[in-house]
Design a protein around this ligand. Structure first.
Ligand code: SAM
Length: 308
């Protein structure tokens, strides 16, 4: 009998356990011995794509029944799977690759299992996030995982602006279709920073690049085709530069524009007051400084549609 399965005839079986099982992100050897045992022992495997998981299972000679559990119908599927768990069946949740519920379906089922008092057991293993961070040599104590950045440029740039001053290592997933546009936007909004790009980890064409963001963007732009799955790491912002003491108008305007992220209007108002100069003079110089900065960002952007 499979672990936790309902005993025939018993009045109210104790609920089963939900195992959250990591599967390989490429190399099939990256499945753990425990994951293999659990996938064999449970009564049911909830899989993001049953066809995909069936290939892994047949490689492992595992014949556990599968049920599909995918993004668009997470709530409905979670209900069905919870019924089975409540009936005493042990269930394993897997995604197509890596750890379920990390930019993959799973959170709805796992959340509801907790609410219903069902035991949730992680079976850790491969994850593109952990693999990349660990191989980058850039990990400090803190990181900010952004999942997939928004597909649309406007939302993507808005999110990048939100994290501009964050000091944690920034980590996100990206698709081959969007990687170049995405790196260009990162460069335009966040500026050039130390970066790490992981492509096709654990697969035949595995590649890692640890260079400034501009160099990685140039490298991908040089390629005729860009294929594979990507994880991008960007160093966090350094501590904000202090406002310079005893500086002249131009230097102060530059500080307001770049480090202080003030609007032109606010910087002019502040400096007219602080320096006691005519507003028209401050405004004229501010226009020049802001234009210079915009031109510099556009240069870095390497794209004809800069973030606004
Ligand atoms: N939950 C998964 C995990 O823990 O790794 C991630 C799933 S998410 C839908 C898929 C994204 O993960 C890909 O678009 C890519 O950004 C990243 N990814 C997955 N496998 C990868 C690999 N072998 N190399 C690099 N990135 C990978």
């Amino acid at each position: 009998m499979k672990a936790g399965q309902a005993v025939k005839g018993a009045a109210s079986p104790s609920p089963g356990t939900l195992y959250v099982v990591a599967t390989p992100i490429g190399n099939l050897e990256d499945i753990t011995l425990r994951a293999i045992r659990i996938l064999r022992e449970v009564g049911l495997i909830a899989a993001e794509d049953t066809r995909h998981t069936r290939k892994l299972l047949s490689h492992l000679d595992i014949h556990t029944p599968l049920v599909s559990y995918y993004k668009d119908r997470e709530a409905e599927r979670a209900g069905l799977i919870l019924e089975r768990l409540k009936g005493g069946l042990d269930v394993a949740l897997v995604s197509d690759a890596g750890t379920p519920a990390i930019s993959d379906p799973g959170a709805v089922l796992v959340g509801r299992a907790h609410q219903e008092g069902i035991r949730v057991v992680p079976v850790p293993g491969a994850s593109a996030l952990a693999a990349t961070v660990s191989a980058s040599g850039m990990a400090g104590d803190h990181l900010l995982f952004l999942g997939f950045l928004p597909a649309r440029k406007k939302e993507r740039c808005r999110l990048l602006k939100e994290v501009l001053r964050r000091q944690e290592l920034l980590v996100f997933y990206e698709t081959p279709r969007r990687i170049r546009a995405c790196l260009a936007d990162c460069l335009a909004v966040l500026g050039d920073r130390p970066a790490f790009l992981a492509r096709e980890l654990t697969k035949l064409h595995e590649e890692t690049l640890r260079q400034p963001l501009s160099a990685i963007a140039d490298e991908l732009n040089r390629r005729e085709v860009v294929k594979g799955e990507f994880v991008v790491l960007l160093a966090g912002a350094g501590p904000q530069a202090a406002k310079p003491e005893d500086a002249g108008l131009t230097e102060l305007l530059r500080w307001y524009c770049v480090a202080g992220e003030a609007s032109l209007k606010d910087a002019v108002r502040q400096l007219t007051r602080d320096l006691g100069l005519p507003r028209s003079e401050v405004y004229r110089e501010a226009l020049r400084v802001w234009r210079e900065e915009v031109a510099e960002r556009a240069n870095r952007l390497n794209s004809d549609q800069p973030c606004e």
